[in-house]
Design a protein around this ligand. Structure first.
Ligand code: PEP
Ligand code: MG
Length: 590
């Protein structure tokens, strides 16, 4: 029971940004305009109604521009707000609203709402979670224009002058960017999902946030004491004295953990016997570069470029891609950025790409196979990458190579792209390292042939396990057999690494397997040169590498190669390095 006599309760949501804060709630009024009336517009007034809509969009853009200009640099770099700005110009949104006003002869508010609802419904039905969550972005942009149309005033986040925790039904990335960090300790919202852009801005600002709580604004009142645990994704309302003490300690631990990361992120990743390894970050959208740098990534080891294509009726233009890529490259420079060319279909089904249903999408027209069949799509992306390469340290890799001709053909596309850029007089850089992902057993088997054609290999264990062990990576029924430590997987990695060494090319790993600290000694001992992982996994893996020697890693590999099951391999690694991993976790309280 809290001093006030109110009962402690816990709300569960989604951890959008790590950290803990304790403070008084500041409940925001529900913003947005829920009820929109439809009324007819006379023929002669249609032009005016369209004008009214256009000027509301102009005002929304001006407001967004001011927010961008007043945001911290890190937020500006994250380009989320620029993306929302682009959405305001999007044909699907802007053009269709005008069309609706003109064709249906209705008021701008109604037209805007019905167009936004239609787009949201289309997105909601998409199989990809990331795309479903883009519904929120459309809602935020539509809201911004709607407020300008209706003149509804909303609470100004920038004006909050007390030390509080924001409690809101929803916050747009633009709202979040205006948070005054000296005042607002963190925020929680009813809406929002795992990959919501609002959460990414919170991570960039390094404030704790929990989203998707559903009933936060109904449950919490102004000035209620609350605890936000952005790491766990929970909120304690009216905490008891004991809970408060417990969280104060956790908060101190988290602050210590952050201090360690900051201190260690700049240290060289070197084993005790002085062998250097690079630990890089996997990213899915450009705004994640900030978090990659904060966690100490030596570069981007895998940029999954497909997310910019998902769920669009029209694929991004060369210029749109180029602007995005250039941002990432410039922010990371001189660190490397490895662009993986488009990997769509299979587990990342895409609406406009799938011209017909496939019985077995994972074995179908995906990744490099898709690109080679859609030269215009491939060429557009290659040109954008080569143009961005003029601004930093760029490498390129092709996914899902399974046959020799694919690499030769892909490289000829690259040459053509460079030649066409030269003809167009556009600055670019052709002379970049070109690699392939090794994620199909066929590529492992012909690694010696492929090695002669490329500058590096990057092992994608997520798919290599799927195809190598014949285990669908998304199927829960067989998830128990999806084992990175299976001897078959280890032998495929070893063969690939041996071939790379014999051909004097580096070999990286960018599958999930690379992000587990217990795997690091095995991977180093097998001969991998770079590991790439989720940014959050970097600090512990780096620490692990700094605590072991290459000599002992090689010794453990010798033992592991004689084992028969994933369980046996795990036990050997656990006995040799388990205590080290546990003590790092304790030290870093991760
Ligand atoms: C992999 O397959 O290991 C990989 C990194 O690619 P993705 O997870 O994007 O398929
Ligand atoms: Mg893959």
């Amino acid at each position: 029971m809290q001093k006030s006599g109110k009962q402690e309760s816990v709300l569960k949501g989604i951890n959008a940004s790590a950290g803990i804060c304790i403070g008084k709630a500041y409940v925001m009024d529900r913003s947005g305009v829920d009820v929109v009336a439809r009324y007819p517009i006379a023929e002669k007034s249609i032009k005016n109604e369209v004008k009214r809509f256009k000027s509301a969009v102009q005002n929304a853009k001006a407001a967004l521009r001011t927010i961008i200009e007043n945001s911290p640099r890190e937020v500006q770099r994250a380009t989320i707000l620029e993306t929302q700005m682009a959405l305001l110009n999007d044909k699907m949104f802007y053009g269709r609203t005008i069309e609706t006003i003109e064709k249906e002869r209705v008021n701008a508010e109604w037209a805007l709402k019905s167009v936004a609802d239609r787009i949201k419904t289309a997105f909601q039905e998409m199989p990809d979670v990331y795309m479903r969550e883009r519904v929120a972005d459309i809602g935020h942009v539509a809201d911004l224009v709607m407020r300008n149309l209706t003149g509804v005033e909303t609470q100004d986040i920038a004006q909050i002058d007390k030390r509080v925790i924001l409690v809101a039904h929803d916050l747009s990335p633009a709202d979040t960017s205006q948070i005054n960090l000296e005042r607002v300790k963190g925020f929680i919202t009813d809406l929002g999902g795992k990959t919501s852009h609002t959460g990414i801005i919170a991570q960039t600002l390094e404030i704790p946030a929990v989203v998707g709580l559903e009933i936060a604004t109904q449950t919490i009142q102004n000035d209620d004491v609350i605890i936000v645990d952005g790491t766990e994704g929970s909120v304690v309302v009216h905490p008891s004295e004991t809970t408060l003490l417990e969280y104060e300690e956790r908060q101190a631990n988290y602050e210590r953990y952050k201090a360690v990361i900051t201190r260690e992120s700049h240290l060289k990743t070197q084993t005790t016997d002085r062998r250097s390894f690079d630990v890089l970050a996997n990213i899915e959208f450009p705004e994640e570069v900030v978090s990659a740098i904060n966690y100490g990534a030596a570069g981007i080891g895998l940029y999954r470029t497909e997310f910019q294509y998902l769920g669009r009726t029209v694929f991004p233009s060369e210029n749109e891609l180029y602007e995005n890529y250039r941002d990432v490259v410039e922010v990371m420079a001189p660190r490397p950025v490895i662009f993986r060319t488009l990997d769509i279909n299979g587990d990342k089904a895409i609406h406009s790409a799938a011209s017909h249903d496939e019985q077995n999408p994972a074995l179908g027209l995906r990744a490099i196979r898709y690109c080679l069949k859609r030269p215009e799509v491939f060429r557009t992306q290659l040109r954008a990458i080569l143009r961005a390469a003029a601004f930093g340290n760029v490498r390129l890799m092709f996914p899902l190579i399974s046959a020799f001709f694919e690499i030769q053909l892909a490289k000829s596309f690259l040459d053509d792209a460079a030649a066409s850029l030269a003809k167009d007089g556009l600055p670019h850089q052709r002379d970049i390292p070109v690699g392939i992902m090794i994620e199909v057993p066929a590529a492992v088997i012909i690694a010696d042939l492929l090695a002669k054609e490329v500058d590096f290999f990057s092992i994608g264990t997520n798919d290599l396990i799927q195809y190598g062990l014949a285990i669908d990576r998304g199927n829960k029924q067989v998830a128990h057999m999806y084992q990175p430590l299976d001897p078959a997987v280890i032998r495929m990695i070893k063969h690939t690494a041996d071939v790379a060494r014999a051909n004097r090319i580096p070999v990286h790993m960018c599958g999930e397997m690379a992000g587990r600290p217990l795997h690091a000694p095995l991977l180093l001992g097998l001969g991998l040169n770079e590991l790439s992982m989720n940014p959050q996994a970097i600090p512990l893996v780096k620490r692990m590498i700094r605590s072991i020697s290459l000599a002992e890693s090689k010794k453990v590999v010798k033992t592991v190669l004689g084992l028969r099951t994933a369980r046996e391999v795990f036990e050997v690694l656990r006995d040799a390095f388990g205590e080290l991993v546990a003590s790092h976790r304790r030290d870093m309280r991760a």
